[in-house]
Structure formats: structure tokens, C-alpha cells
Write a protein that binds this ligand. Structure first.
Ligand code: BG6
Length: 477
């Protein structure tokens, strides 16, 4: 059923995500007049608070996390906010929530930003209180499980009340403008697609490097690790967008059908195709930072870095390795995709040094697209033509001056309110992701793979460099 929600019911309304991302995104949308005029936002969490107290809480979060120039009309935004305390483990509390929601139970968007262990009781409570009917859709924040089995349990619990067409699983990378731009780049330009295959592409690299460490999530992170925190979701979503076949249209079914085919075609990772690491002390941007064990205050075998060589077993990608890596406390914060083309089949330029073309898609912090092209070095060529790669560089902010740089959640929350599932992850995608990740973890176990130490501020353990260099490939840095 297509509808725009009258009420957004936010579980986990006092949590970190609400403070840093959800409230700022909603306020920024409101400032741009993009929220439905009558939308009410009802926050709920365990802490007892009145509407007025929640509005104060929200104001403090907005002042901290939303730049002043995007806070226009904050007072009006705060007036949309209401709060209803509720402990989801006590079923009787849901009746009060239902009262707050009132008639908008027929046009309601719910967002669960709580621990997934609470999803099942929350959904039972919602259903009993009459908040699970046809006019209700539900957004789920990650992590959706720790492996395939636990992810299925969560999905089954949600499916008891909500059909797939009303479930919106968040991967916030899909809300990033530059990630969506991947589809435009591939499918709104004629010249990439004919070359986008194993005949012309030698390999692909996807890097998601962060400079932050554990932040305030030591326990969560130590149970999760880089593979499950970043690779299972964000990197595999990027990979599926890079590798998918052209969908027939930009619609939720067509796009997700193509992504899931890629995820299902991932070949199990073999011995020697992955490297894990854990950061030690070091320096980032001139500041000294402690090692993982020191931050955690105990020894741990959890990986904070992972590099993998992945393969997609289908016609288009046969023989094209995808090198994937992510890590905390790395040299710099950068998310980018590198598409390395093959050499020209024959050089007419004698001994001139040829370099294959390379497309670098910068996702963050810089949003740019650089294509390296071979060009003739100016001169009279008495010793033969000399060639050199030159960049064809597009900085997206320059190409679109005046456009806001939006928070990824702005897009996703608006799509949840309006009911567009294209940028949300379907159950079969999440499960294909987990199936592949479980295989990697099983293989690590059988190999007794231990994370290798790396200095904070570096690009990860040297074994990760060797993983690519064995194939004659260097990571793009
Ligand atoms: C989250 C991870 O999903 O993504 C965090 O749990 C990580 O560990 C974050 O820091 C990175 O997101 P972004 O948008 O800053 O790249």
C-alpha cells in the first residue's frame, strides 16, 4: 500500500544514533521543507521524559551534531516531537504508545534503532497494540544478526507481523549520494558499460578506511569485528552496485534482484585470500593514539582490519579479483572504489611506457571521480613519443555547486516516510551476505587465523599489501 506516513515512531529515541544522525537528519529535512507538513515524530525509549524534556534533549543533540546553517526553523521542528517512555520488555506499555499514535496507525512509519535482541519483543508488543497493520511500515537499523542463523531469526521474528514489502532494512551507505551516483555513472553513460567486464577490467579495489578507533562501543565492537561490522554490509553493498547487471528500471524489485545475483555469485574465500589485523598504538594526524587492547583494557582476538580477495563467479567477472579492505585507525579516512582497466592489446608507440586506464570513484570524504588517461608528453619526439597518464578529474561538489551535502539518513528516513524501498536491503540480500561471511569466518577458524598487529596511522598489516602484490597489484593510496 502506498502512503506517506503521518507519524514516525522512533524506538531508541535517546540513543547515540538518534542524537548523531536521526534527529539531525529529520531537522535538516524539515528546514528544507521536505517533511510532510503534518508529520509528528514520536520518540520512545526506556528513560522517563516529558515531551518538553525530550525537546530539550533533541535541541542539545541538534546544536552539537547539525551545522548551524542547516538548523533553520529548529523551533518548528522541535514542536513536531513527542515522547512516550516505554520498556519494550513490558508488554503493557505498548497501549500508551498506541494512544500516542492514535489514528495514524493507518499511516505509520516505525524505525527500530535498538539492539536487535529487542526486535522480537518490540514487534510482538506492536502487533498486540494494533500497530502492525497494513498502514504500518518498519525500518530496521543494523546489526541484523551476527551470522546467517541469527539474522534469519531476526528476519523471521519481523516477518511474523510485517511482510517484506513493509520492511525497510537500513544500510546507511545506500543513503550516501556518491553511492547512489554509482548507478548513474554506470547506467546513465554509454561508454562504461561496454568495458565493464572481465575483457577490459583487470581488477577492482574497494577500500573503506577509518581513522576512528573503538569510540564508545567497545563491547559491541569486540563481539563484532571489522568483517561483520563493515564488510558484511557496507562493502558488499558497494560491491554489488559495482558488479550488478543493468536493471531494467530504477525500481526496488529490479535493482535488488540484480544486486542479490551478485551476492549469490560470490565464490567462497580460500586459504591465503584474506588477512586480518588489529591496531596497536601509533599516531594519526600528529596525535598519539592507544592500541586496541589498551582501549579495550584487555587482550582480544577481534580483528579491526580485514583485507580480502573476492571473486564473482559469473560470465561478466570471471578472472577479475575484487580486493576489499576496511580498518579502524588507518592512515586516513577514505572510502573509494578503484576500477583498474587492462592494458591496450597492442602498443603502437614502441617503447613508450603505457599505463592502463584507471577509474577512481571517491565516496568520502572527497566526492570525486577521476579517470586516468594516457596522453602524449608535449615535445618534438626525436627519441620517440613519450606518454604519461593524466587525470580527468570531476569534483562532484564543484559540478553541483549550491547542492547540500546531506546526511545519508536524510534520504533514508524520507524514503521510509514515503515508502520507497529501492535503497533498503531485502531479506535475500542480507542472507546472501551472511552466507558468504559465515564461510569466511569458518575458514578463518580452520586456518586458525590470528589478527596481525598494525600501527595506528598505517594502511594495515604488511600482509595485506602482500596479498595484492602477489598478483602484481598495489593498493591505491
Ligand atoms: C557503521 C559501523 O555501520 O559505519 C561503524 O558500525 C563505522 O563502525 C560506520 O564507523 C562508518 O560509517 P561512515 O558513514 O562514517 O563511513
Amino acid at each position: 500500500m502506498s502512503f506517506t506516513a503521518d507519524t514516525l515512531l522512533l524506538f531508541g529515541a535517546t540513543g547515540d544514533l538518534a542524537k548523531r544522525m536521526l534527529l539531525p537528519s529529520l531537522c535538516a529535512l524539515d528546514a528544507d521543507k521536505l517533511l510532510p507538513e503534518t508529520l509528528r515524530i514520536v520518540g520512545t525509549a526506556r528513560s522517563p521524559m516529558s515531551d518538553a524534556e525530550y525537546r530539550n534533549f533533541a535541541r542539545a543533540a541538534l546544536e552539537k551534531y547539525l551545522p548551524a546553517e542547516r538548523r533553520g526553523g529548529m523551533a518548528d521542528f522541535l514542536n513536531r516531537l513527542h515522547y512516550q517512555p516505554n520498556d519494550v520488555t513490558h508488554p503493557e506499555g505498548f497501549a500508551k504508545l498506541a494512544e500516542q499514535v492514535g489514528d495514524s496507525r493507518h499511516r505509520l512509519a516505525i524505525f527500530l534503532s535498538t539492539a536487535p535482541s529487542l526486535f522480537e519483543v518490540t514487534i510482538e508488543g506492536l502487533e498486540r497494540a494494533g500497530l502492525g497493520g497494513e498502514g504500518v511500515r518498519i525500518g530496521l537499523e543494523k546489526p541484523l544478526g551476527l551470522d546467517l542463523a541469527s539474522s534469519r531469526e531476526i528476519n523471521d521474528a519481523v516477518a511474523k507481523c510485517f511482510p517484506e514489502t513493509r520492511i525497510f532494512r537500513i544500510d546507511h551507505y545506500l543513503g550516501k549520494e556518491t553511492v547512489q551516483n554509482l548507478l548513474a555513472l554506470r547506467f546513465a553513460n554509454v561508454f562504461f558499460e561496454p568495458l565493464w567486464n572481465a575483457t577490459h577490467i583487470g581488477h577492482v579495489q574497494i577500500t573503506v578506511a577509518e581513522t576512528v578507533g573503538l569510540e564508545d562501543r567497545a563491547e559491541f565492537y569486540d563481539h563484532t569485528g571489522a568483517l561483520r561490522d563493515m564488510l558484511q554490509n557496507h562493502i558488499l553493498q558497494l560491491l554489488s552496485l559495482v558488479a550488478m547487471e543493468p536493471p531494467a528500471s530504477y525500481d526496488p524489485t529490479a535493482v535488488r534482484d540484480e544486486k542479490v545475483k551478485v551476492l549469490r555469485a560470490l565464490r567462497p574465500v580460500r586459504d591465503g585470500e584474506s588477512v586480518t589485523g588489529q591496531y596497536r598504538g601509533g599516531a594519526i594526524g600528529g596525535a598519539i593514539v592507544p592500541g586496541y587492547d589498551d582501549e579495550l583494557k584487555r587482550d582480544s582476538g577481534t580483528e579491526t582490519f580485514v583485507a580480502l580477495k573476492a571473486h564473482i563467479d559469473n560470465w561478466r567477472w570471471q578472472g577479475v579479483p575484487f580486493y576489499l579492505r576496511t580498518g579502524k585507525r588507518m592512515h586516513e579516512r577514505v572510502t573509494e572504489i578503484v576500477v583498474q582497466f587492462r592494458n591496450v592489446p597492442h602498443s603502437i608507440f614502441g617503447n613508450a611506457r603505457m599505463k592502463p586506464n584507471r577509474l577512481v570513484i571517491g565516496i568520502q570524504p572527497e566526492e570525486n571521480i577521476t579517470l586516468s588517461l594516457m596522453a602524449k608528453v608535449p615535445g618534438l619526439d626525436r627519441d620517440g613519443i613519450a606518454l604519461r597518464p593524466v587525470p580527468l578529474d570531476i569534483a562532484m561538489p564543484d559540478a553541483f555547486t549550491g547542492a547540500h551535502r546531506r546526511i545519508a539518513y536524510e534520504r533514508l528516513l524520507l524514503d521510509l516516510i514515503e515508502g520507497d524501498q529501492t535503497l533498503f536491503v531485502r531479506r535475500d540480500e542480507v542472507e546472501a551476505q551472511w552466507a558468504w561471511i559465515d564461510g569466511i569466518r569458518a575458514q578463518w577458524k580452520s586456518e586458525a587465523l590470528e589478527p596481525k598487529p598494525y600501527a595506528s596511522g598505517s594502511w594495515g598489516p604488511s600482509a595485506a599489501i602482500a596479498l595484492a602484490e602477489r598478483d602484481g597489484v598495489s593498493w591505491h593510496e
